[in-house]
Write a protein that binds this ligand. Structure first.
Ligand code: PEP
Length: 250
């Protein structure tokens, strides 16, 4: 049985005080939800949001992390710094990191292994561009990102995969539930080959890309979609709360 896992990626939005106000609203509204919920504010708001989450089951996530424990890496934030602030999960390989900041699979793999070795859970994002989709290479791209991103990682227990077609992120375009489910099934089968059947069956595979209150239930009804990674619609309680409660008639 896979526990549904809904995550909000706040990207480069919200000052610390704005983030704190939203976190307080979410704790009030969502604390009795049986689902797993994570929110990932900007680095500058992690401390303030952590204080709001004390005693709550909502997990604190970061949106990225440097590839080394410490050292001369101007502008980076290390795994030790995240742990020190009480971060429990880190999103790695987001398409905005891959395509706007040139992060490749090797770097992402280094971060995945570092995070896991320090006890952080990871949400590893994969997904194809529109060009790749149109040329029929979606599964090949996703397979390469997973093989390389997970290279050398012995077990999947601390990993969640987020399938996020790049063309669906922040565009208002969503993959159909059936198309998304097909890719999720492909990912699960690949993980069974790379690891084993049991780990693959237990793996939470989130879908991300223009998830809104009006499409969350349809996506989550699919056999291989176990969670959602939400960008724009995670920025207000009015839209994120009904997404988390997708099965309560929203
Ligand atoms: C994301 O940033 O991971 C994302 C899916 O964004 P949006 O929901 O805005 O498409």
């Amino acid at each position: 049985m896979r526990t549904p896992y809904i995550a909000g990626n706040w990207k480069m939005h919200k000052t610390a005080s704005e983030a704190e106000a939203l976190a307080r609203d979410l704790v009030r509204s969502l604390d009795r939800e049986a689902k797993k919920v994570m929110i990932a504010p900007a680095f500058t708001a992690l401390g303030a949001v952590k204080r709001c989450l004390e005693g709550s089951h909502i997990l604190l996530g970061a949106q990225n992390m440097g590839p080394e424990e410490q050292g001369a890496h101007t502008g980076e934030v290390s795994v030790l710094m995240l742990k020190d602030l009480g971060v429990e999960v880190v999103i790695l390989g987001h398409s905005e990191r891959r395509h706007k900041y040139g992060e490749g699979d090797e770097l992402i793999n280094q971060k995945v292994k570092l995070a896991v070795s320090h006890g952080l859970d990871v949400v590893l994002c994969v997904g194809e561009t529109l060009e790749q989709r149109d040329s029929g290479t979606t599964t090949g791209i996703v397979e390469e990102q997973l093989r390389r991103g997970l290279n050398g990682l012995g077990a999947l227990a601390q990993v969640t995969i987020a399938y996020e077609p790049v063309w669906a992120i922040g565009t208002g375009k969503t993959a159909t539930a059936k198309d998304a489910d097909d890719t999720h099934r492909f990912i699960r089968e690949l993980l069974a080959r790379l690891y084993n059947q049991k780990e693959a069956e237990e793996m939470i595979i989130q879908y991300g890309g223009s998830v809104k209150p009006n499409n969350a239930a349809e996506l989550m009804a699919m056999e291989n979609i176990d969670g959602l990674l939400v960008g724009g619609a995670s920025l207000t309680a009015d839209s994120f709360v009904p997404i988390v409660r997708y099965d309560a008639g929203s």
